[in-house]
Design a protein around this ligand. Structure first.
Ligand code: NAP
Length: 245
């Protein structure tokens, strides 16, 4: 079979799961990496029934660099598209006093993703084709007291992806940075957010796929966050520091 190949890192994420079905529906074969192999097997069985999609599952625990290296050694393909969907909101309050929690947030959202990003950037650059999709966050645009450990790690990821896009500008490799606002998933199920600021995973996945097809560099979703982000970034620090957000 000569179908295109999509690798999803963090394939058990609620947003990634929606993306998986969109890629499968569009004829892609899928390589799925996540820490919960039983959940990947369930997804693979379902895909086999619905789409006859070729699926290969990989165990990956991003907190464990041995696992990251094993995954890179085991993965023998050159994918057409790689999606980075792993994320960890963590406990902001705990992280303020507990270095273990602070480090966990930074490692999962940024530091430990770097070997994988470097690896697939170099692989795609060599083959001069493909797309890297990194799911960052609007939280990385300006620090907030509610989640600045998570936000600062996402800010680093956003800057990494921006630099990578510039580096690969002369190639046929596109880098898409996705910056979701609040999306109702298992990561955010404990938070209360007014419906106007709330997106859903299916809609996000559809917009990611469209942006990927159009070789877009950056996607902010839901659309209301484009305006909100502009306002937040323009606010003078003297005002911003007093906000209870
Ligand atoms: N939901 C939002 O409001 C929102 C907003 C902005 C950005 N994002 C970003 O969107 C992406 C997808 O998140 P989501 O909303 O779909 O949340 P989610 O369902 O909680 O997905 C998070 C993913 O990260 C994985 N993960 C966490 N720690 C891991 C570890 N040590 N090793 C391997 N995988 C690990 C989770 O695995 P398990 O399934 O095993 O837990 C899961 O696949 C993330 O990058 C997130 O930061 C989300």
């Amino acid at each position: 079979m000569n179908s295109k190949r999509c690798l999803i890192i963090g394939a058990t994420s609620d947003i990634a799961k929606e993306l998986i079905y969109i890629f499968a529906n569009n004829g892609y074969s899928l390589d799925l990496a996540a820490r919960r192999i039983d959940e990947l097997d369930r997804i693979a069985n379902d895909l086999a029934i619905r789409y006859k999609t070729e699926v290969i599952n990989y165990q990956l625990d991003i907190e464990n660099l041995i696992s990251v290296n094993q995954f890179m050694n085991n993965y023998k393909h050159i994918p057409d598209v790689v999606v980075f969907a792993i994320g960890y909101l963590g406990n902001q309050k705990l992280a303020e006093t507990d270095w273990e929690e602070a480090k966990k947030i930074i490692d999962i959202n940024y530091t430990n993703q770097i070997p994988l990003l470097n690896h697939f950037a170099n692989l795609l650059e060599k083959s001069n084709l493909g797309t890297i999709i990194g799911i960052s966050s609007i939280a990385g645009e300006r620090g907030r007291k509610a989640n600045y450990f998570y936000g600062s790690a996402k800010a680093a990821l956003t800057q990494y992806l921006s630099g990578l896009r510039q580096r690969l500008f002369d190639t046929e490799v596109n880098v898409l940075t996705v910056k979701p606002g609040f999306i109702r998933t298992k990561m955010t199920s404990h938070l209360n957010v007014p419906p106007i600021f709330e997106g859903n995973a299916r809609d996000v996945a559809e917009k990611i796929f469209k942006a990927y097809k159009k070789n877009k560099p950056v996607l902010i979703i839901p659309a209301i966050y484009k305006l909100l982000n502009m306002v937040i970034k323009l606010l003078p620090e003297a005002i911003y520091k007093k906000l209870n957000i």
